[in-house]
Ligand binder design. Structure first.
Ligand code: MG
Length: 172
């Protein structure tokens, strides 16, 4: 095996995020605006799903988290689309010569209903992540009325991402 064609190592990253509901903002999940009387609070558009996916991608290549790369003290990021943050994360992945294989995720929300919007989210994320919608899992569950999600105080999201990366450690 030549060093120019090293074996590819599969690496997986994990992401978790949560944002509180707030009045007067649109609800953006997976880059799609969802009809809702309330949105999520945050420095960016507060797209909790994109943030969890971003942390999964960064974790897969051993990078620090989304808050390090895009601090909420940066005024240039105020109100920014989290799809743009994901685009920037994909640039970070390209610096690691990482090829994204798949993403899976779960949204945890008591309301509104997520499932009618999942296909639109997958399509939007597919454009940014450069993989087929078939390789982007988006599932939704409630928290069975328990805890902060159960009280409809906010929405949580979990994600995993797997990348293939040149195995520089054992190129033989
Ligand atoms: Mg966040």
């Amino acid at each position: 095996m030549s060093a120019a064609n090293p074996p590819m190592l599969p690496l997986t990253g994990l992401g978790y995020d949560v944002h509180p509901f707030v009045a007067g903002r649109p609800l953006i999940l997976g880059g799609v605006e969802i009809p809702s009387p309330r949105g999520l609070d945050g420095h960016s558009d507060a797209d909790v799903l994109c943030h969890a996916i971003a942390d999964a991608l960064l974790g897969a290549v051993g990078e620090k988290d989304i808050g390090f790369h895009f601090p909420n003290t940066d005024p240039s990021l105020r109100g920014i689309s989290s799809l743009e943050l994901l685009r920037r994360v994909m640039v970070v992945l390209s610096r690691h010569h990482a090829r994204l294989v798949n993403v899976d995720s779960t949204l945890v929300a008591e309301a509104p209903k997520i499932n009618p919007h999942v296909e639109a989210m997958r399509a939007r994320l597919s454009e940014v992540l450069g993989i087929s919608p078939a390789r982007i899992g988006i599932k939704a569950t409630t928290n069975e009325r328990m805890g902060f999600v159960g009280r409809e105080e906010g929405i949580a999201a979990l994600a995993v991402a797997t990348v293939l990366i040149p195995d520089q450690i054992s190129p033989l």
